[in-house]
Design a protein around this ligand. Structure first.
Ligand code: PRF
Ligand code: ZN
Length: 374
């Protein structure tokens, strides 16, 4: 019988824990380390699936919380699943919504059974249990689905963090026994905040369920960067090498470089498309704010040598004009460029790992992008 999922490591850095691999899913292969553009509402904001694919995306992320509230999972199921509904034929990952619900703060209540929350749209109350959340993700039909988890904010006490990780582990067991579709890989999520022993405990509780992949949650939120690195350093030696490791909600170049060095294979972030909507372009020499008047008569592309649609066809001056005039085409062009830039950055990371030059690549990138020498 043909296997629905497999992960094949192709290269390992001798300098760091960085690795390259190929993750096979029912909708195709993913080269890791990989960045996943975010399409919260079954759309990468402003772009057609064709544009997202042309920018180099191999897999996108969507959100159970949002699609549960609107249009609702039955509609997506009736459409034939998320892939058909949004006309994206490559792999999709859906996040459980644990993090979105966590962000609602006063609009939620957590019990052993699940999490009760009020819709940010109309205030209506709902309950996600680990089982009902799987039902929703089964209907959406993504290739990779995430367990319902509890994410603590930075600064949460050890006692409360421990309670959240215990519940997260119990919810994992319930999610795993409820999930029956072999065409969807369920990833457990490691929590445990910023406490070394709790992180390792959470990892050990997740391991028996980590068949196809494992995720690290609860970091890359608003903690200092050094704290994120510290948690990754604790986990890195213990992550099972034969499956992909996904760092949830991280995707700026510095986070990617440090996490790849610590063995992380998958990333997602709204940064690329969110900052595009503020006129920001990512380039190899740092970010450019195209609102700036100095670009008024700059008739060069966002980044020379970039072969994205925006750079091949338009100038900084034109895009600045669109931003100032409030034209939505500006955000589309910047989103295309930022996604293309990041996909290309991942490709360069993979190349550097293959040539065993990851550290050299990282040092050079930092030097050019952040103008700092590590
Ligand atoms: N849990 C889930 N999704 C997430 C996170 C998490 O902890 C994070 C934290 N960076 C981003 N997205 N389910
Ligand atoms: Zn470009």
């Amino acid at each position: 019988m043909e296997k629905n999922f497999s992960y094949r490591l192709t290269h390992k850095s001798t300098q760091t824990r960085a690795r390259c691999g190929i993750f096979t899913t029912p909708h195709g292969e993913i080269q890791t380390p990989i960045f996943m553009p975010v399409g919260t509402q079954a759309s990468v904001k402003g772009l057609s699936p064709e544009e997202v694919a042309n920018a180099g995306a191999q897999i996108i992320l969507s959100n159970t919380y949002h699609l549960f509230l609107r249009p609702n999972p039955d509609i997506v199921e009736a459409a034939g699943g998320l892939h058909k509904f949004m006309n994206w034929n490559k792999p999709i990952l859906t996040d459980s919504g644990g993090f979105q619900v966590f962000s609602l703060a006063d609009l939620r209540r957590i019990t052993d059974d699940g999490v009760e929350f009020k819709s940010h749209l109309d205030g209506q109350s709902f309950l996600f249990t680990p089982e009902s959340n799987i039902d929703v993700q089964n209907k959406l039909g993504a290739d990779i689905i995430m367990q319902l988890d509890i994410c603590c904010k930075y600064g949460t006490s050890k006692e409360e963090t421990k309670k959240a990780l215990d519940r997260t582990a119990q919810w994992l067991a319930r999610a795993a026994s409820h999930h029956k579709n072999p065409k969807q890989a369920l990833f457990p999520i490691i929590q445990g905040g910023f406490y070394e022993d709790l992180r390792l405990e959470s990892l050990n509780l997740a391991l028996p369920y980590a068949k196809h992949g494992i995720a690290i949650g609860g970091i890359a939120i608003d903690e200092p960067f050094t704290e994120l690195c510290r948690v990754l350093d604790v986990l890195a030696p213990h992550l099972p090498p034969q499956i992909p490791h996904y760092l949830m909600g991280a995707g700026t170049p510095d986070y990617i470089l440090e996490a790849v060095a610590r063995g992380v294979d998958m990333f997602d972030c709204v940064y690329q498309t969110r900052v595009a909507r503020n006129g920001l372009a990512m380039t190899n020499t740092g970010t450019l704010n195209l609102r700036n008047a100095k670009f008024r008569d700059d008739f060069t592309p966002i980044e020379s040598g970039c072969d994205c649609y925006a750079c091949k066809n338009f100038t900084r001056a034109y895009i600045r004009h669109l931003i100032v005039a409030g034209e939505m085409f500006a955000l589309r062009l910047l989103s295309i460029h930022n996604i293309h830039f990041t996909m290309n950055f991942m490709e360069k990371i993979r190349e550097s790992i293959k040539n065993d030059k990851f550290l050299e690549f990282r040092a050079e990138f930092y030097n050019n992008y952040y103008h700092i020498s590590p």
